[in-house]
Design a protein around this ligand. Structure first.
Ligand code: PLP
Length: 356
């Protein structure tokens, strides 16, 4: 069973062991079942191509999500699937990419490199995706549009209600393709959120849903992501992706992790506890914050984000960088409860020094 994490363990950040709250990783790491799976498969099978392990992972993902194997594709992290989606768009004449601003910027970075026009639409006052604005950008473009919807959104950790997104998807013409990045799906508790997987289940060809094992499953270094889409769309993506993009270690650990319900509960509970510790501190220090539905949270700071990040680094705490239009806010990854207690100590010190 996972160790209880309500012990008053103290993490002391140092130059050698900084507190890593900058990349939305999950420092719990690999589940015990994933470790067993890795040890069982890697030494004996490392000389073989990973086809069987990959097929088993696809079958597991399909079964857990109520899909057929042909509706699932693996990615070297979900980042690879963002890349593939943008490549697909870039190869289509007269296409454009529509993204939120700020959002996870991989799609925009790839689009720029590929010469694909990108339209950026700011968030609403509530820091959620401006669906009306994104829709207007797609409507105004006569050619194909690929829409990158990050839900929950990174860096804000806010969700955009399904009702708002669904109305658009339901009535969108075929020339509009939706890439719905649900990297933080497992963390969401807000009932207004729903996965876009339902559109894939209804047979829509223009909705691709992205998920990852990098967050709740603690496998960011192992690089496993996956997508749900129509079999024709999957086949189109498959033709772009290098053969065996997921290796044996990734396939084995991801499959074991996805099946480890106790570990998933533990991971989610740890993040919820860590978030509560951070939120208590923000309230006590009167620092505004956005409602977090992920393993990170945006909160107010005093002064510029870049200066705050540097002051935190001096104290061996690595926090998020400056994202577009969010100066004066910091994106903090939610660590384990002990990591968050250590963070709060440092934050209190910063307050005493007049820095936050
Ligand atoms: N999508 C979003 C919204 C993310 O925040 C991240 C990572 O931070 C990724 C995708 C990339 O994840 P992966 O490790 O699966 O490539």
């Amino acid at each position: 069973a996972p160790a209880a994490n309500d012990s008053p363990a103290v993490f002391i950040p140092s130059a050698d062991t900084p507190l890593r709250l900058n990349f939305n990783e999950n420092s719990l790491g690999m589940s015990p079942r994933a470790k067993q799976a890795l040890a069982a498969v890697l030494p004996g099978q490392s000389c073989r191509y990973p086809d069987d392990a990959r097929e088993a992972l696809v079958a597991t993902i399909a079964r857990l999500n109520g899909l057929s194997d042909k509706q699932v594709i693996l990615g070297n992290g979900s980042s690879e699937l963002i890349h593939t989606a943008v490549l697909n768009a870039a190869l289509t004449p007269n296409a454009q990419l529509v993204v939120a601003d700020p959002t996870f910027n991989n799609a925009e970075v790839h689009a720029k490199a590929m010469g694909l026009k990108t339209v950026k639409i700011g968030l609403t006052r509530d820091h959620v995706l401006d669906i009306a604005g994104m829709r207007a950008a797609a409507d105004a473009h006569p050619g194909p549009s690929t829409i990158y919807l990050c839900n929950p959104n990174n860096p804000t950790a806010t969700i955009t209600p399904a009702a708002v997104i669904d109305k658009w998807i339901a009535s969108a013409p075929d020339r509009v393709t939706f890439i719905v990045d649900e990297a933080y799906h497992e963390y969401v508790t807000d009932p207004r959120y729903q996965s876009a997987i339902k559109w894939v289940k209804q047979g829509r060809k223009n909705v691709i849903v992205l998920r990852t094992c990098s967050k709740v499953f603690g496998l960011a270094g192992v690089r496993v992501g996956y997508a749900f889409a129509h079999p024709d769309t999957i086949a189109q993506y498959d033709a772009h992706i290098s053969i065996d993009n997921i290796n044996l270690a990734g396939a084995a650990t991801a499959r074991a992790s996805l099946e480890d319900a106790a570990w998933i509960r533990h991971s989610l509970a740890s993040t919820a506890q860590g978030r509560a510790i951070a939120v208590d501190a923000f309230k006590r220090l009167h620092l505004d914050y956005m409602p977090s539905q992920a393993n990170f949270i945006m909160h107010r700071i005093k002064g510029s984000t870049t200066a705050y990040q540097a002051e935190m680094k001096k104290r061996h705490v690595l926090v998020g960088r400056l994202f577009d239009h969010t100066d004066g806010w910091n994106r903090l990854t939610i660590g384990t409860p002990e990591e968050m207690r250590a963070f709060v100590k440092v934050l209190d010190g910063m307050r005493r020094d007049g820095l936050v």
